[in-house]
Design a protein around this ligand. Structure first.
Ligand code: 5GP
Length: 179
């Protein structure tokens, strides 16, 4: 299939990961999660906005009973002793005693996940793991255990399949990188 470059505002993007490769990687992660969480009724916590498309395709492939919910992280950043922490907004489900799987679009520096994990652990879950569509291993600045990465990428800025540039590009079926 031919994928011409796309223009979003002031930037041009070229095809990076086609949809069929994305979906294949999502299926593999879903199979691992289905196996690991059999009988545990996991609660998927999807981080909006970027992870919505990944969460949708992931859930369709998970074959064990599970729940899904959606959270946002505050856009302001509170300076705390640990650094900059984005707080969880909109978490209605009881997390205590649950097996939680965070569903993220991309782990870059790891700051976001590193800030999120202690907030979830404070609510007394049985376990917390991270599923992410993309990970940039060269950018990672925290010692995080990301158990379910679908795809590893180089340190490029990407859009599509839920990820945006200034709010646009989320609707692209494929993942593109900046030229
Ligand atoms: P971290 O906290 O791990 O550095 O970054 C996580 C967040 O940064 C992601 O949830 C995403 O919103 C944003 N981000 C990092 N890299 C990219 C990228 O290549 N493209 C897009 N669209 N967002 C990114």
């Amino acid at each position: 299939m031919h994928h011409p470059p796309v223009t979003i505002q002031d930037k041009q993007f070229s095809i990076y990961i086609p949809e069929r490769k994305i979906l294949h990687s999502v299926e593999i992660v879903a199979a691992r999660i289905s196996h690991d969480f059999r009988g545990k009724d996991p609660l998927f916590l999807t981080v909006l906005n970027g992870a919505f498309m990944f969460a949708s395709d992931l859930m369709k492939e998970v074959s064990t009973p599970c729940e899904i919910s959606f959270i946002r992280l505050s856009s302001y950043e509170d300076m705390q002793s640990t650094g900059k922490v984005k707080e969880i907004i909109g978490l209605k489900e009881e997390v205590k005693g649950r097996h939680v799987v965070i569903v993220e679009d991309i782990v870059d520096t790891g700051h976001t996940i590193a800030g999120l994990l202690p907030q979830l652990h404070a609510k007394g879950p049985a376990s917390v793991e991270v599923a992410t569509l993309l990970i940039k291993p060269e950018s990672l600045q925290h010692n995080l255990s990301i158990k379910y990465p679908a795809l590893s990428i180089a340190n490029d800025f990407v859009v599509g399949y839920g990820l945006d540039y200034n709010g646009f590009g989320r609707n692209l079926r494929d993942i593109y990188k900046v030229m």
